[in-house]
Every structure is written in C-alpha cells, then in structure tokens.
Design a protein around this ligand. Structure first.
Ligand code: PEP
Ligand code: MG
Length: 539
C-alpha cells in the first residue's frame, strides 16, 4: 500500500512501523459500586507507576546523570505522599467515583494549590503533581508509556510530535518519523533534519499498520506499507545510491568553503544539545552557528540550574576545541512549551510571551543562563545571541544585564573569556532597524524560519499554510539582503541560521548578497560546501 504525505527531510528508511500511542487521557466520571475494589485498583496502579519511575530513574542516570535523574525519585516520593493518597481514596469512598476520576481531580487540586504558593520550589511542584497523576491515570487506563516500544530501530508513526516529546525519544531506535499532523517548518521537523533521518507529515495511516514493514521515501514524501519485492529492491538500490552520494561528499571533508573565484565563507552547524556535537565534527563544520539552548530546558522537568547549564555549555565548547560556538539564549514559547514555566494559554503564542520577552521579564531565569554561558566561555570560544529582538532598546537592556552578570562574576573571582554578542534577525521590525542594531552588536544571525513566518504573516505551525510558506518570496530575500548590507555598514558580520541557509538553490544568491556565514543542520554541511565550491561569483 502506498500513502502520500509530505516530506520534511529526504532519505530512505526501511523497517517496522511502530505506532506511537499518546496519552490523550479523556477521564470520565463513572459511578462505582465497590469502593474497596476501586481503591485496590488505585493502589496497584500506584505501585506500577512507581516501578515505571524506577526504570526511568535508572535510564536517566546512565544517559543524563544523577542531577537530571533525581526528578524521577522525587516523583516516586510524591506518589507516596499521604495527603495526596488520602484525598484520592477519600473521594472514591465518599463519592463512589472511579479511580481515574479521583486521581485527575486530586491532581488538579494539588497542582493549583502548589501553583498558588509563594515559594518557587513549591510552584515548580505544580507540574510534577500533574505529571504523576497523569502517569497513574495512564496505568489505570492501560495505556502504554509514551516511548518507543521496541528493541530494534523503527519507523515511528504518530498523530503529531511536540518538540518536548521528540527530544525525549531514544534516538538510536529511530529510523524515521511519520506523522498525520505537524508542519514542515516546525521544530519537530528541524529535529528530524538535525538527526539526519527521513521524515514525513500529513500521512493518513491506520492503527492496524502497527508492526508492519514499511518504507519511507523522504524524497517523494511517500510511505509504503507491506511493499512488494520489486518496491523493496528499488529502495534498496536507492539507499545504496544515497550512501554513495554521502560517500562522495565525505571527500569534501577538510576542504575550504571557497568559491571558484576565491570567496571564502564560514560554514557552521545548528545543534539542539550536547548529543549533536559528534555529528558536527563528523561533518566537518568549522563551528556551531546556532545552539538552541532551549532544548536543555525542554529535556528537563524543572529549571536547569546554573551548574547543569554550565556543564552542558562547557562540554560543547571543550569538545569543539577552540572553534566558535554560538549559543542562543532561551527561546521558549510558541511550539516549544515547557510545563514548569507555567505559561498561560495564549491565542497567538507565536506572537506571544516568548524568547527574549520572557528573559527580560524574568531576569532571574535570564541571569542564571548568562552566568552559565560566561563561566563556560573561559573554556573555549563562545558567542551569545539573543532571539526575537524587535528594538534597539531591548538590545541595550540586554547589554545592561550582561554587564551586571560580568560584574557579579568579577566580584566572585570567576573567570570568563571574550564573548561576541549577536542578535537574531527574525522579525520584520529588526530588519527595519538593522542600521541602528548593527552598531550595537558584533553579529547578526538571520532566522529565516521566523522571518518568513512574520514577513508573510503565515503561521509556520499551520500545515494548511505549508504551500503559502514561501521562504523564496522576494520580500524574504530582500529582507535578507537589507540585513546583510546594513549589518556590514554598522560593523557587524552577518550569518543565516534558519533552514533556508541549507537551501543549495540559494547558496549563490546568499554569497552574492555578501553573507559571511551559513549555519545549517550537521547533515547538510557537506552538501552546502559542495554548492559553495561550485559557485563562480566573477561570472
Ligand atoms: C529561525 O527562526 O529561523 C531560527 C533559526 O530559530 P527557530 O527555528 O528555533 O525559531
Ligand atoms: Mg526563530
């Protein structure tokens, strides 16, 4: 069977389909007759939830260390909390309601109570109590855990995947993503590109396909289920051809990113975390042009501490051994939601309380990150850039906060290095202000994903608009040109770190515009290098 979808990243994957079951958790209130039996069900579910948490604790200990694993221990203790347990059993007994309902209501009540407390630690527990309650409800409903249910790599098939879910998946078990919803410009799509795996959206799959053999054609945007021998043979051949192409690109390793007429530019890689660094080195990037630091927050169940962030940043710069590492400060909000930030629901999250706006309003969060970044700068070549800038005033306020942080570090005799400061140009307002902004910072990095969204007034998350989302629109290209020209006038160097930077049909255009740097998914480095080396700007 052949199902048409839309590609978010090319390549061929073959393997078993694994349908990712989400916890939709519709909890209904039902009347029960035997309260004692219902309480027993609840108690058994709690035991099972604790066993799951113990397994998660062990896994996290091995993969991300004790400080990140500790949360699973806290969750186990919370499940044993007597007040919480009594509220549930009491409700089952006095109101004759089902355990799922009692757990859901108690979870909501406790969570609201914690959220209202005047203590940051307790506030943070609001999300945890919801989390543990959801876990117990899932066990009661017999829903599988939201993880890849396999020991061998699979093609993961899902309704949709949020970035917070994607980052928690075991990458070694992923051959490909296939989703029914989602958009080609979402962060989940970007993650697929970073992981260098083919991915499709808009695929109308059926639950019965779970476990069947499938082929993902990321070039044509097609999923084959139970393909015939001829199709399998065709794709085996295609896979071999791709491997051969990749092998040929490998020959470009160690070569400069220079055009035929001698113009050289920097080619850096985009990463989401420490785990992506090996592929940056394997693909021979000269540096990291965008480290989306918010993924550190997405992977965590609570605010990452200064020490945790410092360790992550230091590990990246040390591994990059003196090569430039541009770390973007927290860009949370829109599709990147984190429970423990307790952000209110917004009708227009892409234009909402996000990124630098959160940092300027909550300087404690911002300063913790800046301290970690500056401390890590002592160990390598760090540059910092700030997302979603719209005004010169914001940049001045940021610089003021940076100075405060440096002064505090000086007072504590904590050392730091020279750090270049830059901003992302991803709003039309910033583009229009580039002349002034260029005098304030060392560099610009053009975020074409958001710049396209805001220039064209097209929600990058909305799959219905994918065909309107035209990053080649002359308005977007003019905005890029203007940014490069004005940046240079003000003395700032200018790079592109949005997905468009990897579009080899535009490499020559960007070079002619005078771009200084391109930052792309690690898997695209060598292809872009090939495109640069093919250009002759003298013609
Ligand atoms: C962009 O907007 O182009 C960008 C690089 O940032 P993000 O995709 O993370 O919003
Ligand atoms: Mg952006």
């Amino acid at each position: 069977m052949k199902i048409e979808g839309k590609s978010v990243f090319g390549g061929v994957a073959m393997g078993r389909l694994s349908i990712y079951k989400k916890n939709d958790q519709v909890v209904k209130r039902t009347k029960i007759d035997d309260a004692a039996a219902e309480i027993k069900r609840y108690e058994e579910a709690t035991q099972k939830a604790k066993a799951q948490l113990a397994t998660l604790y062990d896994k996290a200990m091995q993969e991300v260390g004790e400080s990140n694993a500790a949360i699973f221990e806290v969750h186990q203790m919370m499940l044993d909390d007597l007040d919480y347990q009594e509220a549930i059993t009491n409700m089952i007994q006095t109101q004759s309601v089902n355990a799922e309902y009692a757990v859901a209501v108690t979870g909501d009540n406790f969570s609201e109570m914690f959220a209202a407390m005047d203590d940051d630690y307790m506030k943070a527990r609001a999300a945890d109590v919801k989390d543990i309650s959801n876990r117990v409800i899932s066990v009661l409903q017999g829903v599988e855990e939201t993880e890849i249910d396999s020991n061998e790599p699979v093609i993961l098939v899902a309704e949709d995947l949020a970035p917070s879910e994607t980052v928690q998946l075991d990458k070694s078990l992923l051959l490909s993503f296939v989703t029914r919803y989602g958009s080609t410009n979402s962060h989940t799509a970007i993650l697929a590109r970073t992981m260098n795996i083919p991915a499709l959206i808009g695929v109308d799959y059926k639950e019965e396909m779970d476990g069947h053999f499938g082929i993902v054609d990321g070039f044509e945007g097609v999923l084959y289920v139970d393909p015939d021998e001829e199709t399998i043979a065709k794709y085996r051949k295609k896979q071999e051809e791709e491997e051969e192409k990749a092998r040929l690109l490998q020959e470009l390793k160690g070569m400069p990113n220079v055009t035929k007429d001698g113009r050289e530019i920097k080619l850096y890689a985009n990463i989401g975390g420490v785990g992506d660094v090996p592929s940056v080195l394997q693909n021979d990037a000269a540096g990291i042009g965008l480290f989306r630091s918010e993924f550190l927050y997405l992977e965590s169940d609570t605010f990452p501490t200064e020490e945790e962030q410092f360790n992550a940043y230091r590990s990246v710069v040390q591994t990059m051994a003196g090569k430039k590492v541009i770390i973007r400060t927290l860009d949370i909000g829109a599709d990147k939601q984190v429970d423990y930030f307790n952000l209110a629901h917004e009708d227009n999250p892409a234009m909402g309380y996000r990124a630098i706006r959160i940092c300027l309003e909550q300087p404690d969060i911002f300063k913790t990150q800046l301290r970690a970044l500056y401390r890590a700068s002592y160990y390598g070549n760090i540059a910092i850039m700030f997302p979603m800038i719209i005004s010169v005033d914001e940049v001045k306020r940021i610089k003021g906060i940076v100075e405060e942080v440096k002064k505090e570090l000086d007072e504590q005799n904590l050392e730091y290095g020279d750090v270049e400061l830059g901003i992302m140009i991803e709003t039309p307002a910033a583009v229009w202000m580039t002349e002034e902004l260029g005098k304030e910072v060392d560099f610009f990095s053009i975020g074409t994903n958001d710049l396209t969204q805001y220039t064209l007034a097209i929600d990058r998350q909305n799959p219905r608009l994918d065909s309107f989302y035209d990053a080649h629109h002359p308005a977007v290209l003019r905005a890029i040109q203007m940014t490069i020209e004005n940046g240079h006038k003000g003395g700032a160097w200018v790079g592109i770190c949005g997905e468009l930077g990897a579009d080899t049909t535009l490499t020559e255009t960007f070079l002619r515009m005078g771009v200084d740097e391109l930052s792309v998914s690690p898997s695209r480095i060598l292809a872009v290098r090939a495109a640069i080396r093919d250009c002759d700007l003298s013609k």
